[in-house]
Design a protein around this ligand. Structure first.
Ligand code: FES
Length: 473
């Protein structure tokens, strides 16, 4: 790993940044949080999911448009620019849209004037230039996409997507009944899932000891037991740093890493891909500087984001609230904690002992960007909390993390024809019939299909014994 700073050019200015980091982190560490704009209203967008799942970090890099800067490493002399907001008509049109936004409901562009064709074409030509990411500033940029090499992996047998606790439990259960082959893929370097590196860091921390938090200590113990068992099974093939990119009926998948594509088939798909961050419905949920916990684990553990001395507002409840707060504290951040869900009493005591600023009995009402490098959150009393209805609290911080139930990942099962439905109490689309974090059935074309853990709507956590029993049956 190189230690010499590299210089990138952003908006014509030179910025020194750490080597071996991503463009988005380099800009963040130089105080630049606005990476793109929303298409319709031109609102600022910043680093968000940090896993290639959104469009918030799309920028022009070395002339190439639409580059995901959260996944693009910096290099000496790199030229980075924000793409145009408002495309052809520009920001004035976006102001008009903001004022008259109610006249243009979500999805109006594909519902209005669809017939006759000539009118539809005229309408689309009229509205397309209102949004989008604009025109390239020069015509000299040559984009020559290189085709990625592709390897056929053949039949992968029992294919498990996701090496978190649910995926590992499923793999070990299959191995114990002599089923093979068993293949696990995961986009992390090591088995254990999205929270593994964060838990390992805390287990090493001398300042924020994991034993102080019952929830975290038991999660780490369970994870270690699974990882130890995995080592004893050479019959389970683990493929790190690969993602499931697509599914093709009846039983095909496309996997990918940074530089390669892989194709394969399966007899039995076990979907344990976890959940995506969701921040909840409140004004300002798209403010740059507001993250979900999964993004924070990646930014701190994978990308080495520096947070020492920063004030971070951590809001919500459950395992992710305590894990993200403890991880940030272990990395030197000052924590302001707003616990919006009752319970977790031993964790609350630990937070008090550690001197974190802690508030309970409130719910988040709004977040605003305070300046280009800080946010302010407004809270009101929870409906069930006694007290004057007008009382509210404002807290400022360098950035905020909002921890709640995630949205089950479902893209590949959907492409394979799995029956999914919107189930708000499970966080989003999940297999019809999923219960207690487990769905067992078949894909419509015959192959076996299981969805497990958060991908089946479970809360963040580790498989309960009843869940483990279901997985093995
Ligand atoms: S894809 Fe980069 S932040 Fe979401």
């Amino acid at each position: 790993m190189s230690s010499k700073n590299v210089t990138i050019i952003f908006g014509g200015k030179s910025l020194a940044c750490r080597p071996d980091t991503s463009v988005a982190i380099a800009l963040w560490e130089n105080g630049i949080r606005h990476l793109s704009h929303s298409h319709k209203y031109g609102k600022p967008r910043g680093l968000s999911c940090a896993r290639g799942h959104c469009t918030s970090c799309l920028m022009r890099v070395d002339g190439v448009p639409n580059v995901r800067t959260c996944h693009t490493p910096v290099h000496e002399g790199m030229i980075v620019d924000v793409q145009d907001a408002g495309a052809f008509y520009g920001p004035p049109m976006q102001k008009v849209l903001s004022i008259g936004g109610h006249l243009f409901p979500v999805g109006f562009y594909y519902k209005w004037f669809t017939k006759p064709e000539v009118l539809s074409r005229f309408f689309l030509n009229l509205i397309r230039p209102m949004t989008g990411v604009g025109r390239l500033p020069d015509a000299s940029v040559e984009i020559s996409p290189e085709s990625m090499p592709s390897t056929n992996l053949g039949n992968l047998g029992n294919l498990i997507i996701g090496a978190g606790p649910s995926g590992l439990t499923a793999a070990l259960n299959l191995a114990s009944t002599g089923q093979s082959p068993i293949t696990i893929i995961d986009d992390h370097k090591y088995p254990g899932g999205q929270r593994a590196a964060a838990l390992d860091t805390l287990a090493q921390s001398k300042t924020t000891k994991i034993e102080r938090f019952d929830l975290l200590a038991s999660a780490h113990k369970r994870l270690n037991a699974l990882r130890e068992s995995l080592k004893e099974h050479s019959d389970i093939q683990f493929h790190p740093e690969r993602r499931a990119l697509a599914g093709y009926r009846p039983n095909g998948v496309v996997l990918g890493d940074e530089n390669n594509l892989f194709t394969g088939t399966f007899d039995n798909l076990i979907w344990a891909a976890g959940a995506l961050d969701t921040l909840g419905l409140f004004p300002g949920n798209d403010t740059p500087g507001v993250f979900g916990p999964r993004a924070i684990y990646r930014l701190l553990e994978r990308d080495g984001l520096k947070v020492e001395g920063q004030r971070v507002l951590v809001i919500g409840g459950g395992l992710d609230l305590w894990l993200s707060a403890a991880l940030l504290a272990a990395r030197g951040a000052a924590i302001s904690l707003v616990v919006t869900e009752p319970g977790d009493n031993s964790e609350v005591s630990a937070a008090v002992d550690l001197g974190w600023q802690l508030t309970t009995g409130l719910q988040l009402s709004e977040i605003q960007e305070q300046s280009r490098d800080s946010v302010e959150a407004t809270f009101v009393p929870r409906a069930s909390t006694p007290g004057p209805a007008h009382a509210h609290l404002r807290l400022k911080a360098d950035f905020a993390v909002i921890c709640g139930r995630g949205k089950p990942a479902y893209d590949v099962p959907y492409q394979l024809g799995a029956e999914l439905s919107a189930q708000p109490d499970l966080g989003g689309y999940a297999p019809v019939g999923a219960q207690d974090g487990v769905f067992t059935g078949q894909l419509p074309d015959g192959p076996g299909f299981q969805a497990l853990g958060e991908a089946a709507g479970a809360l963040p956590g580790y498989p309960s014994s009843s869940q483990e029993k279901k997985v093995s049956s």
